[in-house]
Design a protein around this ligand. Structure first.
Ligand code: ATP
Length: 246
């Protein structure tokens, strides 16, 4: 394990939805530090605020109160434009519903965020090819998302999330729409990501997915009720790719 420096930090994080009687505190005074290279799973009952927390950490939603820091930079006070740039350059998102661009091929879906993050066309293409190979989809690079299975789509989405060399990957129920075979494929990739030292925060209902993490936080009613370190260590093939080996 590397020397811990927090990639992601939150202080006194609050997100309130709605007004008056219908007001909900989806996230309620949360403090969090995610060191570089840590994989963190967040579990908890439906509606406890997991997705909201992930959105706040990734700058997709703004907190009602509190602070979010990414790589030492305050995020929650950035302009929309600066926030969008930070997301493009530094965060990889994986969603339950994949959210691939339907009119683009698998390879193009992975190339696009690399281009937006500033890679040259050649480098973006090379990177997409490599990433698709790593998730076992070389033969599907030219397929459209509609021509892929759910598991294959999610593997494209994970390759896409890695395309910009993100400081952190945020994954919201990444296996929520997958059958058990496809879930195992995604688990294998997450284990490799962890072994490679990729910082990752994932929200999941699946204990098998959570078991791939270094750390497990349980949430209830917008608050953390448990924070446990899980066992495990390994090394893997993604180290070179995300620039963390050696
Ligand atoms: N845009 C919104 N407007 C109003 N209330 C919202 C909004 N988004 C979330 N909420 C409420 O905030 C609470 C937390 O929602 P959130 O989606 O973060 O929970 P979750 O733990 O991810 O749930 P699930 O496991 O079912 O996905 C819930 O009570 C939800 O109804």
């Amino acid at each position: 394990m590397k020397v811990s420096s927090a990639v992601l930090r939150a202080r006194g994080l609050v997100k309130q939805h709605g007004h008056g009687q219908g007001r909900v505190r989806a996230v309620d005074e949360v403090d969090l530090e995610v060191p570089e290279g840590q994989t963190l799973a967040v579990m908890g009952p439906s509606g406890c605020g997991k997705s909201t927390l992930l959105h706040l950490l990734g700058g997709l939603e703004r907190p009602s109160a509190g602070e979010v820091w990414l790589a030492g930079r305050r995020v929650d006070t950035l302009s929309e434009r600066a926030l969008a740039r930070l997301r493009r350059r530094s965060v990889g998102f994986v969603f339950q519903a994949f959210h691939l661009m339907e009119e683009l091929s698998a390879a193009e879906n992975v190339e696009l965020p690399a281009l937006l993050a500033g890679f040259s066309r050649r480098e973006a293409r090379r990177r997409a090819g490599f990433l698709l190979e790593q998730v076992g989809l070389t033969g599907r690079a030219r397929h459209l998302p509609s021509q892929l299975s759910g598991g294959q789509r999610q593997r494209v989405a994970i390759a896409r999330a890695l395309a910009n060399e993100p400081l952190v990957i945020l994954a919201d129920e990444p296996t929520g729409n997958l059958d058990s075979t496809a879930t195992l494929d995604v688990l294998r990739i997450f284990e490799e990501l962890r072994a490679a030292g990729q910082t990752l925060v994932m929200v999941t209902h699946d204990e098998r997915v959570a078991a791939t993490a270094d750390r497990l936080i349980s949430m209830r009613d917008g608050m953390f009720v448990d924070d446990t370190r899980l066992a495990g260590d390994a090394t893997g093939w993604l180290g070179g790719l995300i620039g963390l080996e050696g």
